[in-house]
Design a protein around this ligand. Structure first.
Ligand SMILES: Cc1ncc(COP(=O)(O)O)c(C=O)c1O
Length: 429
């Protein structure tokens, strides 16, 4: 990426916010790439069949005089999405995830966005004034932290363990935020299933505890279930949103990106007043989502997902097993997560080291990429000190790594991870 042209008078935030570290790393061409989170098991045959089906239907509509219907496939549509698509999503969210959507009118509670990333941005845009407070897990999804920082939020990170965010610290954080910032948090952000970057899954008891805290303190819970459908082991746990029977507490985000294809289509269930504001924001961002992609989604979720997704999940499971085997055999002392789903393993070494320096000096020259864990802490923010429960400056843990297994095949993953483990062992010895 080229540097800002200093001859323009850019907005102040452009100087504060660097480009995404992950995007920059993706520019390196290496043999063993554990850096990105690209889905590697997509239902390509199904997707091409869907495109043919759509094309044939469109041609037939046009040639048999249904011109309005034929043209609507290629035209602007409602900002929040087309009824035919929203109805399919509503049925699935009700049936599988126990989300309380009315059989007849529930589809109106769902909106489409350009990936769930746009929903994240639009929610921050509508909820946060500079100086407002947000609680996130530590570490957290970079695509949430960076826009939150850009918009001027005070980001307070909450300790996590191998089960994700720890609700006791959320409870402790609230009065501490009131004392330090003069206000309670507006948003509690959580990725309950196989989160990015750690790959941990929040048990039901914690989901319920977070919901109760949100209710008690009147805080919006932003539940990002990007990896909800990518679950290959363990029991399936219902979303926090299933507790929100009157759709008033939880902004619930889902996406096609991991489970169907990177169509740049996210789907959210939002409380009514938030939906209104987010639609206003989206309306000025992109006017509406493409109708043809909604057609792809509707057909995929109605007819195919239950048949083809299990095949994709088998691939991710095989990849995860290969990565964990390689880590267990070769990595130096430390801890790592054991994901039930999603795309990532998180490793933290016992000995201190700087994983970014190691990446640049040793790993990339040896054809291996990963994302240094420091990328998943706020550029500037706060954290709850685990020992004495005070708010202190957030400090990134540099002895950590996010290792992605979604894209390569299991054989290459094992080969690359064992190579990385040996290099790391040598470095830390
Ligand atoms: C936790 C999480 N949330 C949201 C997103 C955004 O995904 P998309 O915009 O493709 O829906 C991602 C993408 O990696 C993610 O990991």
């Amino acid at each position: 990426m080229t540097k800002n042209n200093e001859s323009f008078d850019f907005a102040a935030w452009t100087k504060l916010l660097p480009p995404s570290e992950i995007r920059a790393l993706l520019e390196y061409k290496v043999k063993y790439n554990f850096g990105g989170g690209l889905p590697g098991a997509l239902p390509i045959e199904t997707l091409s069949d869907i495109l043919i089906e759509i094309g044939n239907e469109n041609k037939e509509d046009y040639t048999t005089g249904k011109k309005g219907k034929a043209i609507s496939l290629w035209n602007y549509g409602p900002t929040g999405g087309q009824e035919f698509c929203l109805r399919v999503l509503a049925e699935r969210l009700r049936r599988i995830d126990d989300i309380n959507l009315d059989k007849e009118t529930g589809w109106k509670d769902i909106i489409l966005t350009a990936g769930s990333q746009q929903a994240i941005y639009a929610i921050l845009d509508t909820m946060i004034d500079p100086g407002d407070v947000i609680l996130t897990p530590s570490p957290a999804y970079l695509g949430f932290l960076a826009p939150a920082y850009k918009i001027g939020a005070e980001i307070v990170t909450i300790p996590t363990d191998l089960d994700g965010m720890i609700p006791e610290y959320v409870e402790k954080a609230i009065p501490l935020c009131e004392k330090k910032f003069g206000k309670k948090p507006n948003i509690l952000y959580v990725v309950p299933d196989s989160d990015n970057p750690k790959g941990t899954t929040l048990p039901w008891k914690r989901r319920k505890a977070l919901f109760d805290i949100g209710e008690e303190h009147d805080i919006l819970i932003l539940e990002d279930q990007a990896y909800k459908e990518i679950q290959f082991q363990g029991e399936l746990i219902k979303p926090i949103k299933s507790l929100d029977r009157d759709n008033s507490r939880v902004a619930y985000l889902r996406t096609t990106s991991k489970e169907a294809a990177v169509l740049r289509m996210g789907y959210s269930v939002l409380p009514e007043s938030l939906k209104y504001e987010v639609l206003k924001s989206k309306g000025y961002l992109d006017l509406c989502s493409p109708t043809i992609l909604q057609k792809v989604m509707a057909i995929y979720y109605k007819k195919y997902i239950d048949k083809v997704l299990p095949v994709c999940l088998k691939t991710y499971e095989k990849n995860a097993i290969a990565m964990l085997k390689g880590i267990n055999e070769t990595f130096p002392a430390g801890s790592h997560t054991k994901p039930n789903g999603g795309f990532f393993v998180w490793y933290e070494s016992e000995k201190q080291f700087n994983s970014k320096e190691f990446l640049m000096k040793t790993s990339i020259p040896n054809d291996i990429m990963f994302v240094p864990g420091a990328a998943f802490y706020p550029i500037k923010g706060w954290s709850i000190e685990e020992s004495d429960s005070t708010i202190v400056d957030s400090i990134a843990k540099t002895n950590t790594m996010r290792l992605g297994y979604s894209y390569n095949n299991d054989k290459d993953i094992y080969e690359g991870i064992t190579k990385l483990g040996k290099l790391l062992t040598k470095e830390l010895d």
